[in-house]
Design a protein around this ligand. Structure first.
Ligand code: BGC
Length: 805
């Protein structure tokens, strides 16, 4: 087939077409191949089954479930004629505010690798190519096209690359997607180290390396540094960019041939040319898929606090249950962006609880907080708000002026012109506090390429945890009765105007219904956290709960101490204002379309919670080890000159993020420093209890050999349940400095009350190795190693020492 193609035709195969397809080549009978996002559902081609994927999958710690999820997604893909599933996302959750953690997995490379391999095998067993993404180091969303992740090799090898390595070498994934960002100053799509040396060289990747959508920046650079397919269209890897380069030898024709062969070989290997990809044996919608979706939610929901055994609830003792909060209805199945799957029939927490509670329990619902448009509309400014619209991006020139009673209502009106020209707008208003107390200021922009700042009495309100496009900023100010605040918002946009701002007395935010229902109920369930607007692709999120939610939980808990909080979001969030006041806390991550049923089953004890935190749950953003290193180093920007064939050259500013936290990501930091997060990695309660005993480990073994470790896990409580036995390895005699402990094995065991299971975990050479920076290879330093086994990174009751010779 290759021999039949001209050079031009070969180059034509290096770029995608129509957003989500590879280019067809009728001359050799090659059709176009269809793609779809991604990890939580086959979402690109209409409604679909929305699963608990990403971080929720990691919270199951269940390899077999990962395989089933992969198989279901593979079947869903076949039912839609999809050849490439653009998932799984396997990046490390370095920081809780990174906008796409919910699509990724955990903070630990071993856990990521363990679930990713069966997931990929599951997808690919259905005749669909899986795509491991985003290679590599897409650990933040702000400035994701231009920021450079500057990381030393050991940190990459030990933390950020292993899940990709496992996807390739063990899962045999047939596609990998390069990330948007730069790594050590070079865009991933043209990164020699990542793509040629490691992926295609050391790991022997035989599949297709595609770009993320518009992540390519250089024709020859991409062609010569491993990129096989530029998506969604060939802006750089096209005839204009490559023909002359091949003719003059800058790019070898054999390099182009290799890329084409990868596509052809994959097509042949998968039988894409021999059978239709649409498989009528699979269903667009099926109860089998719903069961998988429910199972994922049940297995991932993590019980973090259960004081006084409030849970499980006994329906016989409950007459009225109040279900309150912005996340109880409608269902929040996933985060925002390209993974957002529209479920056919999502079950909200409200309806899930009502279904489980049965006909004799009264269920009372309140959102508890106004919707943002109501808040903007109902803000009582002292008089009309002045609006000055400048014909520039920097408040210069003569403004058009007007007034408005309130700022922004995304449902009904837009302020200012609607064309696509650049402008800056200054809103000026004043607000007088009726009574003393805390006031919320909320500002929201919903346009691309926009920026704004808010000034109160002439001083800019600082947004330490909301910098650079994190959504949506809010501030709480203490005001005295009668105090007048002069408020000014400077908004800059070059794509229309969608901006809103409002002020509210915090205690007034919480609806009267919520307080009343809570006070009168036997138990209250609040669901708080994030959703598609506040956590998603393209922006980071706050560590604080979205506006008003802390106040809501405080008010509800004050009205009724029997309050259970369920969190929705991609990882840890700030619970400090109310955690001590609520007896029970669940983390549901993004639980997919059956999440409401799963939350109901866990609350009523129909399912014993078994999820374990796949990330350390911090008290505050500031204490997270990445916090001091998260934003670019000031004054270290470099510039990048990009010439897209047929266009004017563009210069980009490249901020550099220095990964000074190094190996100490998540629990590696906590256990090494001896400090403690709020809840440790691996932690999760159950309605039963487990014990660990009879650890057996050889006293010594040859370095490089497989070392079996055995122990007993016993269900010591009175109900059936599942425990995740976790094995951590420490290397106190290493020549290099190593994290205090690292996860190197785990096993999920389901046990009846009183039942004991003997578990054996085989530790391979990698379990004892670190990346030697000088020798550039994995190394074991012979000497003492410590094995610990337990139910979290901090609770490891079993301990043994091994000497490796
Ligand atoms: C995302 C990818 C996704 C692609 C196609 C990009 O914006 O970063 O994860 O697969 O779009 O939708």
């Amino acid at each position: 087939m290759l021999a039949k193609l001209t050079l031009e035709q070969k180059i034509d195969l290096l770029g995608g077409v129509n957003g989500m397809f590879t280019n067809p080549m009728p001359a050799i009978g090659l059709p176009r191949f269809k793609m779809s996002d991604a990890s939580v559902g086959v979402r690109t081609w209409g409604p679909t089954t929305a699963y608990a994927g990403g971080v929720a999958l990691a919270a199951t710690w269940d390899r077999e479930f990962a395989r089933k999820l992969g198989e279901s997604l593979g079947k869903d893909a076949r039912a839609r004629g999809v050849n490439f599933l653009l998932g799984p996302g396997v990046n490390i959750a370095r920081s809780p505010i990174a906008g796409r953690n919910f699509e990724y997995l955990s903070e630990d490379p071993f856990l990521n690798s363990a679930v990713v391999v069966p997931f990929i095998e599951g997808v690919q067993s259905q005749g669909v190519i899986a795509t491991a993404k985003h290679y590599a180091l897409n650990d933040q969303e702000y400035n994701r096209h231009n920021a450079s992740a500057d990381v030393d090799e050991r940190t990459m090898r030990e933390i950020y690359l292993p899940s990709f390595e496992a996807a390739v070498t063990k899962g045999h994934v047939d596609a990998v997607m390069n990330s948007y960002n730069l790594v050590n100053g070079v865009h991933a799509t043209q990164n020699d180290f990542l793509n040629l040396k490691v992926l295609k060289g050391e790991w022997g990747f035989q599949g297709i390396l595609m770009s993320d959508w518009d992540a390519t920046y250089d024709s020859v650079g991409a062609a010569n540094n491993g990129l096989d397919l530029e998506m969604p269209s060939p802006r750089f890897m096209n005839a204009k960019g490559l023909l002359a380069a091949v003719k003059n030898g800058t790019v070898k024709e054999s390099t182009i041939d290799d890329k084409v062969l990868r596509l052809l070989r994959a097509a042949l290997r998968y039988g894409f040319l021999d059978r239709p990809q649409f498989d009528p044996a699979d269903s667009t919608y099926s109860v089998a898929d719903r069961a998988v979706a429910l199972n994922g939610a049940l297995e991932s929901i993590t019980l973090l606090k259960n004081d006084g055994g409030l849970l499980p609830l006994d329906p016989a003792k409950i007459k009225t249950i109040a279900v309150i909060g912005p996340d109880v209805w409608p269902a929040v199945t996933g985060g925002g962006g390209s993974s957002e799957a529209q479920a056919f029939e999502p079950v909200s927490i409200l309806t899930g609880i009502a279904n489980l509670a049965g006909p004799d329990v009264h269920v009372l619902y309140s959102r508890g907080l106004p919707d943002m448009n109501d808040l903007f509309r109902e803000t009582r400014w002292d008089g009309p708000v002045k609006v000055a619209i400048y014909p520039s991006r920097d408040f210069t020139g003569t403004p058009e002026t007007t007034t408005t009673p309130s700022i922004g209502d995304f449902r009904r009106e837009r302020h200012g012109p609607r064309d696509e020209t650049a402008r800056s707008i200054r809103y000026t208003a004043s607000y007088t506090a009726k009574q003393a107390g805390k006031y919320l200021i909320l500002a929201v922009s919903q346009t691309w390429g926009s920026d704004f700042k808010v000034l109160a009495d002439g001083k800019e309100l600082q947004t330490p945890t909301h910098a650079e496009g994190q959504a949506p900023p809010f501030w709480t100010l203490d005001l005295k009765a009668g105090q007048t605040l002069k408020v000014e918002a400077d908004y800059i946009s070059d794509s229309g105007v969608r901006f809103g701002m409002g002020i509210a007395f915090e205690p007034d935010l919480v609806s009267e219904d919520a307080r009343k229902f809570a006070a009168g109920a036997d138990v209250v369930v609040v669901a708080a956290g994030f959703d598609v607007l506040t956590e998603g692709e393209g922006h980071d999120r706050s560590f604080a709960l979205p506006w008003g939610q802390d106040a809501l939980i405080e008010a509800v808990a004050a009205a009724n101490p029997r309050t259970v909080v369920t969190l929705i979001g991609g990882g840890g969030m700030d619970t400090r204002r109310w955690l001590a006041k609520v007896p029970a806390l669940l983390h549901a991550y993004y639980p997919g379309q059956e999440g409401g049923t799963a939350v109901g089953e866990v609350l009523f004890g129909k399912h014993n919670p078994e999820g374990k935190l796949p990330v350390s749950f911090d008290n505050s953003w500031e204490e997270n080890p990445s916090a001091p290193w998260y934003y670019p180093v000031k004054g270290a920007d470099t510039s990048l000159h990009v010439t897209e064939p047929g266009r004017e050259p563009v210069d980009y500013v490249i901020p550099h993020v220095k990964y000074g936290d190094g190996l100490l990501v998540g629990y590696r930091y906590w256990t090494t420093t001896g400090k403690h997060p709020l809840y440790p990695f691996g932690f999760g309660l159950s309605y039963t209890t487990f014990s660990f005993s009879k650890l057996e480990a050889p006293a010594s073994a040859a370095a490089g050999s497989t070392v079996p470790i055995s122990f007993d896990v016993t269900n010591t409580g009175s109900v059936a349940g599942a425990e995740v036995a976790q094995l951590y390895v420490s290397d106190p005699s290493a020549k290099a400095t190593r994290p205090e402990r690292e996860l190197k094995g785990f096993e999920k065991v389901r046990l009846a009350p009183g039942e004991t299971r003997r578990v054996t975990i085989d530790l391979d050479a990698r379990a004892f190795s670190y990346w030697d920076e000088t020798a550039h290879k994995w190394t074991i330093d012979p000497g003492k190693f410590v094995i610990r086994v337990g139910d979290s990174s901090e609770n490891t009751p079993l301990k043994a020492e091994i000497t490796l010779n």
